[in-house]
Design a binder for this molecule. Structure first.
Ligand code: COA
Length: 187
């Protein structure tokens, strides 16, 4: 059974492991090779630990993990938008699921969890930026009926890359569209 819950400081290593595996696989050829090679669990763990410490005090910003047994198999990071020009209150800045656990509704449930979080925190619209050339992720957001929200170029890992935006003008709609079709343990 997969359970979704708020991330704890002790999840730093598990999140770092998912971060390394998914970025190296999904962004191969899209981001700078040396930047990806340097993304290792060992280097990422202290960064995530600091981030989790900070998040405990800042309730708008939150990380939820999907856990199978004791293993973190996916996570979502959500918080108040820091872009004054973005047409949304909240940004879902990261959503990643290990390859072996994809296609069974974990990503969908993480998106629902993020949407429910936003509604609780009075952030009623939400969006995200995705690499223009990350076709599978764009298919995922389109399956959840995200609306197109423009394009921009931004620096990621030392390379300027094209990004496209998706947004949900009402997070209640995302919460409804992302309702899991498989049974996944309590949030
Ligand atoms: C994108 C990602 C988070 C989706 O997670 P997942 O657990 O596989 O997604 P789900 O099983 O919950 O799928 C939800 C819906 O999206 C659709 N979907 C998911 N991945 C898809 C893909 N690659 N192509 C087409 N549709 C896809 C599913 O068909 C499903 O719709 P349905 O229930 O109507 O059939 C996961 O594939 C991932 O981590 N990818 C690599 C990293 C990445 O690119 N992350 C996004 C960064 S912006």
């Amino acid at each position: 059974m997969i359970v979704i819950r708020t991330a704890r400081r002790t999840d730093a290593t598990g999140i770092a492991r998912v971060h390394e595996a998914t970025w190296k696989e999904a962004y191969n050829g899209l981001l700078d090779e040396a930047y990806l090679a340097a993304l290792t669990e060992r280097r990422l763990t202290p960064r995530w630990r600091r981030s989790l410490d900070h998040r405990a005090e800042d309730l708008d910003d939150q990380i939820y993990v999907a856990v199978a047994g004791k293993e973190v198999v996916g996570f979502v990071m959500v918080g108040a938008s820091r872009e004054t020009f973005a047409p949304w209150d909240a940004e879902i800045s990261m959503v990643y699921v290990l390859k072996e656990h994809r296609g069974v509704g974990v990503g969908r449930t993480l998106m629902k969890t993020a949407a429910d979080h936003c509604i609780r925190r009075a952030m009623f619209s939400g969006g995200l930026w995705v690499l223009r050339d990350n076709g599978p992720a764009r298919d995922f957001y389109e399956a959840l009926q995200g609306e197109h929200a423009g394009r921009k170029a931004d620096g990621v890992g030392g390379r300027v890359v094209p990004l496209v935006g998706y947004f949900w003008r009402d997070m209640a709609t995302l919460a409804e569209r992302a309702t899991p079709r498989v049974e996944i343990g309590g949030i």
